[in-house]
Design a protein around this ligand. Sequence first.
Ligand SMILES: *Cc1c(COP(=O)(O)O)cnc(C)c1O
Length: 370
Amino acid sequence: MTKFFPISQPSITEREIGYVSDAVRSGWVSSLGKYIEQFETGFARYCGAAHALATSNGTTALHLALATLGIKANDEVIVPNFSFVATANAVVYTGATPVLVDVDERTYCIDPASVSSAITSRTRAIIPVHIYGHPADMDAIRELAARHRMFVIEDAAEAHGAECRGRRVGALGDCGVFSFYGNKIITSGEGGMITTNDKELYVKARYLRDHAMSPARRYWHTELGYNYRMTNLQAALGLAQLERIDEMVAHRRRVMEWYRQGLGERPNLRLNIEEPWAKSVFWMVCVSIEGMTDQSREGFMAALRAAGVDSRPYFYPIGDMPMYARADTAVTQRISQAGVNLPSYFDLTENDVSQICAVVRGVLDEMRFA
Ligand SMILES: *Cc1c(COP(=O)(O)O)cnc(C)c1O
């Protein structure tokens, strides 16, 4: 095979190039400019949220959301143990403690029952993660949050356009947080966004994002703020991508369907599921293989790479990492070592996916798991 399939690549068209060139030429290269406003307004509308605030990346969006909600030392924030590490790191930045809980066997999203048993008198917030593009069960989470007076911050970094019972993610909690890193559903290079229906939260987050400078008195700061702004250049790229998001999401769903055709019939192999109440945007194609371990997965991924197919291991349990306390989460421990992500991006064709599936089938035939 001559072609190499990367795990991910952005789709850049003349629209992106045109907007970014225009932003550079305009001289508005920092964090003022028309693209910021258009990107924020357009993204809020897309999510069905009243407000959106652009940030420098998804991690700063998470931290800013937590800081805006007043999360601080001695507070506890419930986070799924199966996520990208930034979800927990952002909690630590505030001085609060992330409490790592288990995930649902089917969706890999936070398990409401595990949340329930982790709630203490110090719990202030919960961060459901819409992992690999599938929404968490927001109805169950919202109900728990209401009963125990906890804030809900959706980590939608991987799930732009996903839906929970017909409603887009991002406006289903107190606020939503998105990432526009190069491998996400849409990209601005680096970038993030907070979405919310809460005007007060939005105004406070905007103020903290801009060094907490007094609106009435320049260079006067009444509290500790941050510079978490997005540049107009990034927003130009982001806006061009946002204008194409429907076709991007539709294509990811098509790619998933092609993978189902190529691999769906294999015994001992499982692909992403989609709950009847959910619309997933399939950010990553997830292949779980019965009997695969962290060690045998290395060989599997090396064999794929040698045949021209890039892959990634699933996320490791956050609590397994040195800076976190180990968490007792049986589902997370089991699923995290049993799977890999396969290439999924806008420019993949049906023929590409069928080639990739042939490689995967060939490697599986040679290797024995379980
Ligand atoms: C990518 C990601 C983030 C962080 O976003 P960055 O823009 O890379 O800082 C946070 N949470 C999850 C679940 C992610 O996948």
